[in-house]
Design a protein around this ligand. Structure first.
Ligand SMILES: [Zn+2]
Length: 170
């Protein structure tokens, strides 16, 4: 069974699987209704809130410079990707091409469900830099970022793949 609401009368309709994804008539008001193609549970995406963020956001150039300075002085090595985009929307969309980055429903801000450093911010010349990096950046997220940054025509400024992947328990 799949369930959906009639778009005309709003009543809950229970539809046999063989009619999923097909047009039919509402039992109550006879309006034409398109039954969902799959069970509704498969359509439910997790809704993220701002408090779900596990990452460190870089929201302006000062944040970013502080981060790079900190890395230099501590000698830590991060895998990651930095690229420059002409528009803010491109930088944001590029970041959203990575599985662990989402839009928080409540704040509209980007959140990360992994402990990564990420964000986008305006540079002095008005272009926008997007960053994703972490000591333990997962190869899959690195590769998604490379593809997504390229797809959104980011000009790469820094790119370092992870050579040693740390175990979660290390
Ligand atoms: Zn109806």
């Amino acid at each position: 069974m799949v369930e959906c609401r009639c778009t005309n009368c709003g009543r809950l309709l229970r539809i046999r699987d063989e009619y999923a994804g097909r047009w039919g008539r509402c039992n109550y008001c006879q309006a034409r209704v398109l039954a969902p193609a799959r069970a509704p549970s498969e359509f439910i995406h997790k809704v993220y809130k701002d408090m779900d963020n596990r990452g460190t956001r870089l929201t302006d150039l000062t944040d970013a410079q502080t981060h790079w300075t900190l890395l230099r002085t501590t000698g830590r090595v991060e895998a990651g990707l930095v690229a420059v985009f002409p528009r803010m929307i491109d930088a944001r969309e590029a970041l959203l091409g990575v599985d662990c980055i989402h839009v928080a429903e409540d704040s509209g801000c980007l959140i990360a469900t992994e402990p990564i450093v990420f964000g986008h911010y305006e540079l002095n010349d008005g272009s926008h830099e997007a960053v994703i990096c972490a000591e333990g950046l997962q190869p899959v997220h690195f590769e998604q970022a490379v593809r997504s940054f390229t797809r959104h025509r980011g000009k790469p400024r820094f790119q370092r793949a992870l050579t040693v992947h740390r175990s979660v328990n290390a």
